[in-house]
Design a protein around this ligand. Sequence first.
Ligand SMILES: Nc1nc2c(ncn2[C@@H]2O[C@H](COP(=O)(O)OP(=O)(O)O)[C@@H](O)[C@H]2O)c(=O)[nH]1
Ligand SMILES: [Mg+2]
Length: 319
Amino acid sequence: VTKTSLTEQLRSGNRLALARILTQVENDTPTGQLALDELFPFTGKAHLVGITGSPGTGKSSLANQLARLLRQKKDQAPIAILAVDPTSPFSGGALLGDRIRMRDLSGDPGIFIRSMASRGALGGLARTTSALVQVLDAAGFDWILIETVGAGQSEVEVARLAHTTVVVEAPGLGDDIQAIKAGILEIADILVVNKADLAGVENTERALRASLEMAHDENNGNKPVWKPILLRTEATRGIGVDAVLDAILAHRKFLESSGDWKTRERSRLQAELDSLIVQSLYRQWQNSPDAHQYQDLLQKVWAHELSPTHAASQVTGEI
Ligand SMILES: Nc1nc2c(ncn2[C@@H]2O[C@H](COP(=O)(O)OP(=O)(O)O)[C@@H](O)[C@H]2O)c(=O)[nH]1
Ligand SMILES: [Mg+2]
């Protein structure tokens, strides 16, 4: 099987080819890189929905229910769930738990579920996730749900990949404080208090409402702004999930009418291009005869004899 025909098979809906390409891309192999290049023209169509929050809040349960509902509501549109597990491969338990909980969905050929087992070999969780999402996008999934644990900066970056970010909280975890720390609330388009059947929902909701108001206080002039929607769910029984889906659809409308849908993608692609250019130029310089000055300059910067700006301009010759 040649590389080209593998991407062609993926494009024609072959799930085995899709799984193989995802593995190649996740491991950053030359085959994976080639596939990404070949598939790029077919990307940029899917609606990416990030579902983030602390472990155990009910993200997988919610993703599961959302996928089901989306299938019904959107004329059986194909849906992918990418479960990003940022923990080490040794904590296989949680991953297995998710796999089992999501198993009932795999009977529907229109829902494709994939766990990301390893931390990005490509250099960063966000980059690997982005690459896998591109493959799923090119494979024709109109909706891609990305489940990620909202525990740190890299997860915030993953959430930024998404068009719509759903932050999931649950009563009694002291999560609101953690979420604020991680900057998770600032990126929430939709905030879900799950486990509405448990005691303490009102308290969690009140705390979140207060922090939301703080996070979204700034006045953005005339630009239309999206006000995050706060909702309650009981994901295990599917209660309130239709309202979450409605909020996602409303957010999509907002992105399209405000022009943000295009702007977000463009600025993400520009940032990717710029960072690749910078990396490539840096590598070229490292392999050039000029690179020998680097250690000298670094010593001078450390000794505070030379400012980093001056040191850099000596390297590049730019004044
Ligand atoms: N009581 C209650 N339990 C829930 C609810 N949603 C999820 N759970 C349970 O909470 C646990 C963690 O759910 P899971 O979806 O795996 O959370 P994740 O770690 O955020 O993906 C599981 O045992 C679920 O059955 C809910 O609405 N109410
Ligand atoms: Mg989960």
